[in-house]
Design a protein around this ligand. Structure first.
Ligand code: ATP
Length: 361
């Protein structure tokens, strides 16, 4: 396995007013060469600090950073074979698009200097890659926000670093443009197969673009896995809720049979679900299922009875809030017209065992 980046027990402490604050807390992870990895988490979880340490813009308090097998922990940013793209694009306003990109190329003191023709060709090739060839002679103020974004991306890519770091580069764009740029970035990543490390607080963005996602909280990685695994098989309540509408019900283990368990939901009936190793009868657990995996219709075991409380129209589907005996509420998403319910009516829904995740406290 070839790792482009390996972080070992990385820590960053900041001196606060009274005590020392751990922004990044014994964080270890491997990023493979050519992988697209997102650091995802809410504001203040330490994702930007982690990225800045990888870039060499912030010195770790302790721990190691290895790039392609070499310990670069003490190396200055300029010596590392990587480029960072910020939300604040910092294009030079008086330079055309191609001059902005060419300037970035001539700045790289650590690389062999490129001849004028090579620079021109490199600039043209990368502008074409980002479908920006026809904008080469424009000044930044003659471009839209999305086009400026592409120029900044081209400027970072044209120096041909093996690793590109992104600090919420799409944060300032409106929803439509943001989506378009996500697809564009994914396409460019597939074409170049460089290592991309992308910081975002947007779950959908991370899910749609990444090969793997590291979900961060309190300076630590809670789960590091593929988008499918993070969404379908979260390893804790925080990740389950952070990644999208998750129903969490308290339960206790009633019976175990190999990899399957019978789980008694507090105040409700029992359901069957696959369980992790090491559970014991009587143990308290959390039963998790996504709103879009619960079904009002069809065959199924694991029926749960409740009372319909509220419906919300979501365009292509409806979200129904169901109250359960004991006071808990769950959310069930269904196709428009799939179920006709009125507030106060009794409803039943089923969740397939395979769609249930049992979380251990
Ligand atoms: P955001 O999405 O808001 O940028 P983040 O997850 O990227 O959040 P960081 O910027 O890495 O978070 O910051 C992590 C924590 O470290 C925050 O609580 C922040 O206030 C603190 N922090 C960051 N830089 C410094 C600094 N230079 N001095 C003191 N504290 C800092």
């Amino acid at each position: 396995m070839s790792y482009a980046i390996r972080l070992i027990d990385l820590e960053k402490h900041f001196q606060g007013d009274r005590n020392v604050f751990k922004a990044v807390d014994r964080l270890s992870m491997d990023i493979q060469s050519g992988e697209f990895v997102s650091l995802l988490g809410s504001s203040g979880c330490g994702k930007t600090t982690t990225l800045r340490m990888i870039a060499g813009l912030e010195m770790p308090s302790s721990g190691q950073i290895l790039v392609n097998g070499t310990d670069v922990t003490d190396w200055p940013a300029s010596k590392r074979d990587m480029r960072m793209m910020f939300q604040d694009l910092a294009l030079f306003p008086h330079m055309t698009v191609e001059e902005n990109i060419a300037f970035g190329l001539t700045l790289r003191s650590s690389r062999p200097r490129l001849g004028r023709d090579e620079v021109r060709k490199r600039v043209a090739d990368y502008l074409d890659l980002a479908h920006m060839g026809s904008f080469a002679k424009r000044l930044p103020h003659q471009l839209s926000g999305g086009q400026r974004q592409r120029v900044a991306l081209v400027r970072a890519l044209a120096t041909e670093p093996s690793i590109v770091l992104f600090d919420e580069p799409l944060g300032a764009l409106d929803a439509g443009l943001r989506r378009a740029m996500q697809l564009e970035l994914k396409r460019i990543h597939a074409a170049l197969r460089k290592t991309f490390v992308f910081v975002t607080h947007d779950q959908d963005e991370a899910l749609s673009m990444s090969d793997r996602i590291a979900v961060m909280h309190g300076g630590k990685i809670l789960q590091y896995d593929t988008p499918e695994a993070i969404y379908d098989r979260p390893n804790c309540r925080y990740v389950a809720q952070f990644m999208g509408a998750a129903n969490l019900l308290d339960a206790s283990v009633e019976r175990l049979d190999g990899g399957e368990g019978m789980l008694r939901l507090d105040g409700l009936g029992a359901i069957v679900a696959p369980v992790p190793d090491g559970l014991g009868v009587g143990q308290k657990v959390t039963v998790m299922f996504r709103a879009d995996r619960a079904l009002f219709t069809g065959e199924g075991i694991n029926w749960i009875d409740g009372e319909h409380r509220q419906s919300v129209f979501l365009g292509n589907r409806m979200e129904h809030v169901v109250g359960l005996p004991g006071g808990q509420e769950v959310t069930v998403e269904a196709k428009i017209g799939e179920t006709l319910v009125v507030p106060g009516a009794a409803v039943r829904f089923a969740v397939r065992p395979a769609d249930i995740r049992v979380l251990v406290h």
